[in-house]
Design a protein around this ligand. Structure first.
Ligand SMILES: [Mg+2]
Length: 166
């Protein structure tokens, strides 16, 4: 039997988001330029790991999962990302790394590679991504990590009328 594989998104799941910025337009392919790389290098000096990520990854490892970083960050950001993981003592918790080196938007890239990796579980902070993955891979497990900064206190997601009263 193959080892179970957990795919982990990077932005908003491992590293905190930049000013709580939500990824939008993830179907578009953005061209990487030098100032974007420099800006990323700079903001990685202060961006922190998402609360509880280390413990979460250790728990998954202890459950027997192989841990794969599946990010739609372009290949050009691989070094910056690896260095940040090392600096934050998270690097060793990952077994494999996948960066987007294809002409695919974030969503299509993740759908394609989750399949190629033969993932069993994926954790992401993007609702659109999780929905699309869940539809494509009906027998796999998906987790959406909510964003405190974007969740509105007066909106509660429910699965049915029965949940409205409590
Ligand atoms: Mg993300």
């Amino acid at each position: 039997m193959k080892q179970a594989i957990a795919c982990i998104d990077f932005d908003g799941v491992v590293i905190e988001k930049l000013y709580g910025r939500e990824w939008v337009g993830c179907k578009k392919i953005r061209k990487v330029n030098w100032w974007w790389l420099v800006w990323t290098m700079i903001n990685h000096t202060w961006r922190k790991p998402v609360e509880g990520v280390k413990e979460g990854l250790i728990t998954l490892r202890n459950k027997g999962y192989k841990i794969v970083l599946l990010t739609s960050r372009r290949k050009e950001f691989e070094e910056i990302t690896r260095r940040w993981l090392k600096r934050n003592n998270l690097f060793e918790l990952f077994d494999e790394f996948y960066f987007n080196n294809e002409d695919l938007g974030a969503l299509d890239y993740k759908i394609k590679y989750f399949g190629l990796i033969r993932g069993d579980l994926h954790i992401d902070d993007n609702r659109e991504t999780i929905k699309a993955l869940g539809k494509t891979y009906g027998d796999k497990k998906f987790y959406l990590i909510g964003d405190k900064n974007h969740q509105m206190k007066n909106i509660k997601e429910v699965t049915g009328w029965a949940k409205i009263h409590n």
